[in-house]
Design a protein around this ligand. Structure first.
Ligand code: ADP
Ligand code: MG
Length: 353
């Protein structure tokens, strides 16, 4: 028995009994949702605020495998948007969900049920309310727009931007890098990916794949860290396309260069448990430097604020690592522990070509 559009919305998305963010004056059900405008937005903010708005679309085949666990997909669809809010130091308020579904048969209803379970678990953990959206028939496609609040103090926005890095600033990253791409390569091999350069040979020990896969499919948006870094970080962004490529965005926006200390290998990538694979040390480094899908925060802060950064990381219960320095000279210089420039292009997947 297939469900109609409005029954789908009422059954899976409306959630009349769930607590809603106080900024949402009117939720699902009318032509528009109503978000309370400043002042007093979200009741929690003592000053005026700006709305931070970010959209991310997930397309089957492009961003996820058709057989991915729907609960994990629900989590990730929102997580990537919350990660953008985190990167700006915004407090999540609400989000919209535009969903294209191929059908609404019994199997699909089970799928939606699991999808919304993953979605709402993360939403509720961040007090972020589903306030509206659209539901249509079509190839599976998920588009979320998330709204957050950033305070302004004396008319000045406290949003963390890409453009504020200054020569002499430290370069920091949260969490670990490269695990998600490690999982993606292994899963692609499992799916028999026949595209040029697909690593058919990468087989991971089951327990390693499980850990890496969690990082790929259930990234943790660093919302608490983003909030704690307001007033401390000089620039910030979230890592979705890989450290080296994404860092260029900060360098271009801030008109400066950087020295990046390699390696920043995760425990997994450094682990002897990978020795059974054919992954060489340069390939592991390449995963960490240009892997992608990490959803960690990359940020800069004045060297005088090191203790403040560490304290913020403690408040947010999120590990951070200092990985380099902003320099006047434009461009990016990747160096090893001895300060030697590393050759090689880390911005792409040449190692796996
Ligand atoms: P309209 O035709 O006015 O755009 P719809 O009939 O598409 O409105 O949607 C009815 C209500 O359900 C609206 O409040 C809309 O925001 C909400 N809605 C529709 N699809 C979703 C969804 N996937 N998630 C959350 N809310 C949804
Ligand atoms: Mg309408």
């Amino acid at each position: 028995m297939a469900l109609g559009e409005f029954e789908l919305i009422a059954r899976y998305f409306q959630r009349n009994a769930a607590p809603r963010n106080p900024a949402v004056a009117l939720g699902i059900g009318d032509d528009c949702a109503l978000l309370q405008a400043t002042p007093g937005l979200a009741n929690a903010l003592p000053t005026d605020a700006q709305l931070a708005i970010s959209t991310d679309m997930l397309v089957e085949g492009q961003h996820f495998f058709a057989d991915v666990d729907p609960a994990a997909l629900g989590h990730k669809a929102l997580a990537v948007n919350l990660s953008d809010l985190a990167a700006c130091g915004a407090q999540p308020l609400a989000f919209t969900l535009a969903l294209a579904l191929p059908d609404s048969n019994a199997a699909r209803l089970n799928w939606i049920d699991a999808f919304t379970r993953g979605l709402f678990a993360l939403a509720d953990a961040h007090g972020c309310t589903l306030m509206g959206g659209d539901t249509t028939r079509g190839p599976l496609n998920i588009c979320i727009t998330a709204l957050g609040a950033v305070p302004t103090a004396q008319g000045r926005s406290q949003a963390l931007l890409r453009s504020g890095a200054k020569p002499g600033d430290d370069l920091w990253v949260s969490g670990t890098l490269g695990d998600a791409r490690l999982a993606l390569l292994a899963l692609k091999a499992q799916h028999g990916d026949r595209s040029p350069g697909a690593p058919r040979w990468l087989q991971l020990p089951p327990e390693v794949l499980k850990l890496a896969r969690t990082r790929l499919e259930r990234p943790t948006p660093r919302v608490g860290l983003g909030l704690a870094l307001r007033g401390i970080a000089s620039a910030c962004m979230d890592l979705s396309d890989g450290l080296v490529g994404d860092l260029q965005h900060i360098l271009e926006a801030s008109r400066c260069g950087a020295r990046l200390l390699a390696p920043v290998l995760s425990d997994l990538l450094a682990s002897h448990r990978l020795n059974s694979t054919a992954l060489t040390p340069p390939e592991r480094l390449s995963l960490a430097l240009s892997g992608g899908d990490d959803y960690e925060l990359l940020f800069t802060a004045p060297a005088t604020r090191r203790e403040a950064v560490v304290a913020a990381a403690g408040v947010a219960d999120t590990p951070v690592t200092r990985i380099g320095q902003i320099e006047v000279q434009e461009g990016l210089r990747v160096v090893d522990a001895q300060g030697q420039r590393l050759a090689g292009r880390f911005a792409s997947f040449d190692h796996f070509a």
